[in-house]
Design a protein around this ligand. Structure first.
Ligand code: ZN
Ligand code: ZN
Length: 279
């Protein structure tokens, strides 16, 4: 009997804000009945090799992926990338540059906090971040541990939030930068969860910038959103992708296996990659 192959193309590990290391995520995906997954950590591709190795060992296919954070007029836009060369020098260097910028920003925030009489050690903040890119939530957790605030919300309201005294703006790439970066590494740029991140006219604008796909299936998309973006993708000749946006069991997000898409999704991605002439 041939078992149907299912895929989930939006999964995080502890190389960004996911709960589990790549190998553990791959094992959990296999147990959830998935045959093909993509690891799509935020601004990080360093967990991909581990995941691919584990996948080969237990017979589940792992595709290289990433979820880049871009900005458009003050709004966060996530651009997924698939099937790029994850050893590509420029992609690695750019992501390394962004990591360095985030570290610089964290240090600047700690300096501002010090001026306010709040003393945190950067080492503690980095430990909190683990493999993930260091950011304000990690600082907020150290503020709680040290007893300066009681909740993450209070940390943002009193210190870290926009217009709060220790606020430091974040350096971000544009949507066009993110699309180009993925394409130059031989990958397919796809807008992530458009239903919760951008109004339709913006998505159309981003398509004009060179997107090649739309994430149609996502836990935050209702039936109408799925139908709408499925139609938009068809009209513009774009690939359709989807996934659970898994972050782990403790994070109050969708679990592995809740979004199981047919293998045709992967086939379309591979066909597009071939058409682009980069392998
Ligand atoms: Zn996202
Ligand atoms: Zn995500």
């Amino acid at each position: 009997m041939v078992r149907e192959a299912f895929c989930d193309l939006h999964i995080h590990t502890n190389y960004s804000d996911g709960e589990y290391p790549p190998r553990e995520v791959v094992r959990r995906a296999a147990r959830a009945g998935l045959s093909v997954i993509a690891i799509t950590d935020h601004d990080n591709i360093l967990g991909i090799d581990e995941a691919i190795e584990e996948g080969e060992a237990i017979g589940i296919s792992v595709l290289p992926g990433v979820e880049l954070s871009a900005e458009d007029n003050g709004n966060d836009i996530h651009i997924l990338g698939y099937l790029f060369d994850h050893r590509n020098g420029q992609l690695k260097e750019t992501l390394e540059f962004f990591r360095a910028e985030r570290l610089k920003r964290a240090k600047t925030i700690l300096e501002k906090l010090r001026e306010l009489g709040v003393f945190l050690d950067i080492e503690e903040v980095l430990e909190e971040a683990g493999h993930g890119a260091v950011g304000r939530p990690h600082i907020a957790h150290v503020l709680i541990k040290k007893g300066y605030v009681a909740t993450v919300r209070e940390a943002f309201e009193s210190y870290l939030g926009y217009e709060s005294p220790a606020y430091v703006p974040k350096f971000k790439m544009t949507v066009k930068d993110a699309i180009d970066l993925i394409k130059k590494a031989g990958g397919i740029p796809v807008i992530a969860h458009p239903g919760i991140s951008a109004p339709p006219h913006k998505v159309l604008e981003f398509i004009g910038l060179g997107l090649l796909g739309i994430e149609v299936w996502h836990p935050e998309h209702d039936e109408d959103t799925i139908a709408f973006y499925s139609r938009v993708a068809d009209e513009h000749g774009l690939v359709k992708t989807g996934g659970s946006d898994y972050h782990g069991e403790q994070k109050g997000r969708a679990n592995l296996g809740t979004i199981k898409l047919p293998y045709a999704i992967v086939r379309d991605l591979l066909a597009l990659k071939e058409k682009l002439g980069v392998s």
